[in-house]
Ligand binder design. Structure first.
Ligand code: SF4
Length: 282
């Protein structure tokens, strides 16, 4: 469908000077961010707030989600210098909260879990006051991989459920709804001191009842934090936007989220998984 973007999705241009400064630093440190790879509409604001979501393990994913702008094809070698460079960027940006994510590396025996731990440890070595959020893939349900990451002691373990189960086959065909729920449930059972977080996109054809059921499923497995945002198609070759959800509906989901017991709910058209992620701790 991809109808015309409604007014509430139009972003007022902000001062881009910080954006340029942060981009220069990222280039100098040869670092990737999901902010740039996913063409996130909030990049000027977030870089302006000196926050960024670092994407480790290369820019090429082994999966093919139809909503995602990340590259597909020949995956890159694991870069063992990357943990130090990410930690240096955290220090240079004087970040209070850092989000580390990755493409899905089904080609690696542990899905890249070891590398997540190397990055967490290096950040803690250089900057131990920062809170660390890891936004992980599903590691194909590999419990040992999840355990490795949890032993790395991130402050928040995030795994996006992305959409409602009925739409998985058309939106994220290599993923599995129950497997993703199980991953978040296991994380909480292994160490309930770690906050768990998940996120969904709206506008892919889901019904309100289905969204509320996903929120209930997440609460039933002890998920603490939820983000809900509007899906925006990166191009005409990606999954079309079926509907632009009104801001008042996002407000309604936010209320429902708190009624269900989430500790923190960020819900709005421009909300993304890491958007204002630091606010949970302030
Ligand atoms: S697994 Fe993640 S990075 Fe890979 S295509 Fe899907 S959403 Fe994009």
């Amino acid at each position: 469908m991809n109808a015309r973007k409604p007014s509430w999705l139009k972003i007022k241009l902000k001062d881009a000077s910080k954006l340029i400064e942060v981009k220069k630093m990222l280039d100098r440190l040869s670092l990737h961010t999901v902010c740039e790879e996913a063409n996130c509409p909030n990049v000027i604001e977030c870089f302006g707030r000196k926050t960024a979501t670092f994407m480790i393990l290369g820019r090429i994913c082994t999966r093919n989600c139809t909503f995602c702008n990340v590259g597909k094809g020949e995956v890159e070698e694991v870069d063992f210098e990357e943990p130090y460079r990410v930690a240096s960027a955290v220090q240079e940006l004087n970040l209070k909260h850092v989000v580390i994510t990755s493409v899905t590396r089904d080609d690696l025996s542990d899905g890249g879990a070891d590398h997540f731990v190397r990055v967490i440890e290096k950040i803690r070595e250089l900057e131990n006051k920062v809170t660390i959020e890891v936004l992980i893939p599903d590691f194909q349900g590999d419990g040992d991989a999840l355990l490795k990451v949890i032993k790395g002691r991130p402050d928040i373990l995030n795994h996006n459920i992305e959409t409602v189960p009925r739409l998985y086959s058309s939106v994220r065909p290599q993923a599995n709804y129950l497997r993703s729920l199980k991953l978040l449930e296991n994380a909480k059972q292994i160490d309930d001191a770690i906050y768990t977080k998940s996120g969904i996109m709206l506008g892919l054809g889901e019904k309100e009842e289905e969204v509320v059921n996903v929120m209930k499923d997440l609460r039933n497995i002890g998920c603490d934090v939820l983000t809900i945002g509007q899906y925006l198609a990166p191009s005409k070759n990606h999954h079309p936007v079926i509907e632009y959800i009104e801001p008042v509906i996002f407000e309604k989901y936010k209320e429902i989220g708190y009624e269900l017991g989430f500790k923190y709910v960020a819900s709005g058209p421009l909300v993304r998984s890491s958007y204002h992620a630091d606010e949970f701790f302030t």
